[in-house]
Design a protein around this ligand. Sequence first.
Ligand code: RUB
Length: 324
Amino acid sequence: MMKEVIEIANNIKEMKIRGAAEIARAAAHALAIASMNIKTSSPDEFIEELKKVKNLLLSTRPTAVSLPNALMYIMHRVEIAYKKGMSTEELKEIAIKAAEDFKKNSMEAIKKISEIGAKRIRNGDIIMTHCNSSVVISILKEAKRQGKEFEVIATETRPRFQGRLTAKALAEAGIPVTLIIDSAARYFMPKVDKVIVGADAITANGAVVNKIGTSQIALAAHEARVRVFVGAETYKFSPSTILGELVEIEERPIEEVMPLEELPKGVKVANPAFDITPPEYIDIIITEKGIIPPQAAILILMEEFGWIIGEEIGIRKFVEEEEI
Ligand code: RUB
């Protein structure tokens, strides 16, 4: 398999490429690179090779549903063309174009979310965020661009400290930001006006899967009557949850929590990377299609993926009508 593709897969696994949106775009990019470089004139072999690359990318990180959704976006278009009997060259072109479209749509979706989300930020707001979401940062930067004055409290996000990245990005954008330890979230909550976080996956019932600790922050916000906003593109909604599948919560290496050599004998370490915030603790989800209550997640899934149950689940309905 191509060196460049393996490198992208490793970078996702090792979190050099991270955050659900960036993971999705990187995976789409990798599939395009792979398709350009598969050396065969047989469409059958081409599809087989592309599937191997897809599976490698799928194996990198399990939680962000944006990753399988991005791959499916491309594979589905290629498979329709394959079934129509197109040549390998044509299949390659379709894969490359689909990857470009996915990346472009992703950037446009984030821009739209930032425009919608920024409207909900008011002068004087104190906003808490967790982890490092490119969507949340875009919303905050857009609000700043519009001249709004507000402050952000960013949790450091142990064990990988993505909160430091958030704090740096906001400070560089001229947004006042205070970095706190994760366990100080409830201590600061009475001062907070709203919590804004990103998402790795949104389930059919409107639960939000995001960085571990999000649900605790949402709980503290609920207690203090602070609104919780989630910024998520529609490709972060999980079609397989309609069929009862659960979103897999990634368990990361224990060394992220404590160096192995310092670990006392008999001590176990658990390091789940994500948790699930039930819909009752979320006020709104800001998507590129507009603001929805979490309970309307199913409507987004229906519109995006249709009701095609079984192995076809997750296939965008409109593709069937498209001329490829
Ligand atoms: C990142 C994380 C982010 C979401 C949304 O986790 O939980 O909040 O992925 O990010 P990790 P974005 O660091 O483990 O990848 O808005 O950029 O898609």
